[in-house]
Design a protein around this ligand. Structure first.
Ligand code: SAM
Length: 224
């Protein structure tokens, strides 16, 4: 999978993909992430990409021209399955959405700033709008990093154990069961005996029951 990210702050996206699973995904050639500095398509030599909003009011708006030119130029290099604008009024990111994006080949993510991007870009170029939650960030970069991570770890071959992502929370509408590692006894708190029984069927049943119980307690909405 290839993901392009359009941003006014490429520096902010330098680190998130250089570690751990995202790094491994790229080293294995399963994922490529490329950031593009929007100022390359600025309207003048001062690097302008935003302007005052019509109708007045505080906050600048990201202009049509740099975004349209960038999208058109990048689209010549590859056909995007989706052009995604990260925005608080988009569809809320969840595991189902991440699963569905992980089946695509080429994605272009647009990070907004200031008051956001000119509405006409949203209408004419953007195919999906995604929010990472009901709160407002200063820019779309951290949201883009969250989206790439959520998608990237689902790509076949990225996680060491293929089944690991399938047993995480939200797959099958359940939260994940509790997990334990050594020591067996930590200051008087023991690992549940069943996990050391070696009986795989019993362990699977216990984990399933724990998942149900945890989901009932913390996220009953998921069971609906
Ligand atoms: N005026 C916009 C509004 O009220 O909906 C908020 C703009 S916000 C300050 C600047 C940029 O941050 C947005 O264009 C978007 O790209 C990004 N952003 C902020 N919150 C986000 C969220 N919850 N999910 C995804 N992107 C977000």
């Amino acid at each position: 999978m290839h993901i392009d990210i359009l941003t006014v702050l490429p520096e902010l996206l330098a680190s998130p993909f250089e570690h751990s699973i995202m790094k491994r995904a790229q080293e294995k050639g399963l994922l490529t992430v490329q950031t593009h500095a929007l100022r390359k398509w600025a309207v003048n030599e001062y690097g302008q990409i935003d302007d005052y909003q019509y109708g007045g009011g505080a906050g600048m708006v990201m202009m049509c021209e740099p975004l349209a030119n960038a999208i058109e130029e990048l689209s010549k290099e590859r056909a995007y399955d989706d052009i995604i604008y990260l925005t608080p009024d988009g569809a809320r990111l969840d595991q189902k959405m991440a699963n569905s994006f992980s089946l695509k080949h080429n994605l272009l993510l647009i990070c907004g700033h200031y008051k956001g991007i000119d509405e006409r870009i949203r209408q004419q170029y953007v195919t999906k709008e995604v929010s990472i939650g009901d709160y407002v960030l200063s820019g779309g970069e951290l949201a883009a990093a969250v989206l790439v991570d959520a998608i990237g770890r689902l790509l076949p071959g990225v996680l060491g154990d293929e089944t690991s992502a399938l047993t995480d929370s939200f797959q099958d509408h359940l939260l994940a069961p509790p997990v334990y590692t050594r020591p067996v006894d930590f200051r008087g708190h023991r690992v549940p005996d069943v996990l050391m029984s070696g009986d795989h069927k019993k362990i699977e049943d216990w984990r399933y029951e724990q998942s149900i119980q945890r989901t009932k307690e913390r996220r009953p909405d998921l069971l609906d």
